[in-house]
Ligand binder design. Structure first.
Ligand code: PGA
Length: 249
């Protein structure tokens, strides 16, 4: 009942020409894999170009979003602007936003609610640092990120929200959480969701795993019962490796 979602986060990479070519290739793969959803989050400046080649099945997403529709918010992007460029989803609370740009749970919650208000599906990223894991604080951190991130968020359709569990120590490092470790965190997050929402809603929300997902580890990760997809950075930047991730067994 949870359609797998493979999401590529391009971060601050690729020229316009490279973005267009990669999106065209990914759109072809998405069209050939009707049983799974495929999303990419290009840099904002590439969205218009990518949209021209994205076709019907490739979902476009923003990498972040402001809670306001318009106004004096230098450097921010409005949910309406993302919608206008064809985005259906948006990443919020990515660990790079949290740790490099100091976005806290309260701000991330405002972004998430702003996205929902305008009909964008937010992907709420959560995850512990290595220091937090080493001091046995993982579950505490996830609990706080989920509760505060979803503060005042009501949900009548589980497809309107996606969670991405991304242990910070696994992002861009080549280290992946063990499949048991990942599955354990996903089960914990799903229990948190069950405390916040009705049973059938909590059971229907997709929880992606992220952090060095690649062609070599995607099959094993996707075989876990509560891993419903992947948020992929590095391996989403080449058509070949992202295709293999999308075509997980
Ligand atoms: P990575 O990035 O796949 O390069 O580790 C994942 C992410 O930042 O979402």
């Amino acid at each position: 009942m949870r359609t797998p979602l493979i999401a590529g986060n391009w971060k601050m990479h690729l020229s316009l020409a490279e973005a267009r070519a990669l999106a065209a290739a990914v759109a072809g793969v998405a069209a050939a894999c009707p049983d799974r959803e495929v999303m990419i989050a290009p840099p904002y400046t590439a969205l218009a170009a990518v949209r021209e080649v994205a076709g019907e099945r490739l979902i476009l997403a923003g990498q972040n979003v402001c809670w306001e529709e318009k106004g004096a918010f230098t450097g921010e992007i409005s949910p309406l602007m993302l919608r206008e460029l064809g985005c259906r989803m948006v990443i919020v609370g990515h660990s790079e936003r949290r740790h490099i740009f100091h976005e806290d749970n309260r701000m991330i919650n405002r972004r998430l609610r702003g996205a929902l208000r305008q009909g964008l599906i937010p992907i709420l990223c959560i995850g512990e640092t290595l220091a937090e894991r080493d001091s046995a604080k993982t579950m505490e951190v996830l609990d706080q990120q989920v509760r505060e991130g979803l503060d005042q968020v009501s949900l009548s359709d589980p497809a309107r929200l996606v969670i991405a569990y991304e242990p910070v120590w696994a992002i861009g490092t080549g280290k992946t959480a063990g499949t048991d470790q990942a599955q354990e965190a996903h089960v914990f997050v799903r229990r948190l969701l069950a405390a916040l929402y009705e049973k059938n809603i909590a059971a229907g929300i997709r929880i992606l795993y992220g952090g060095s997902v690649n062609p070599a580890n995607v099959d094993e990760l996707m075989a876990q019962a509560d891993i419903d997809g992947a948020l992929v950075g590095g391996a989403s930047l080449s058509a070949e490796s992202f295709e293999r991730v999308i075509r997980f067994a």
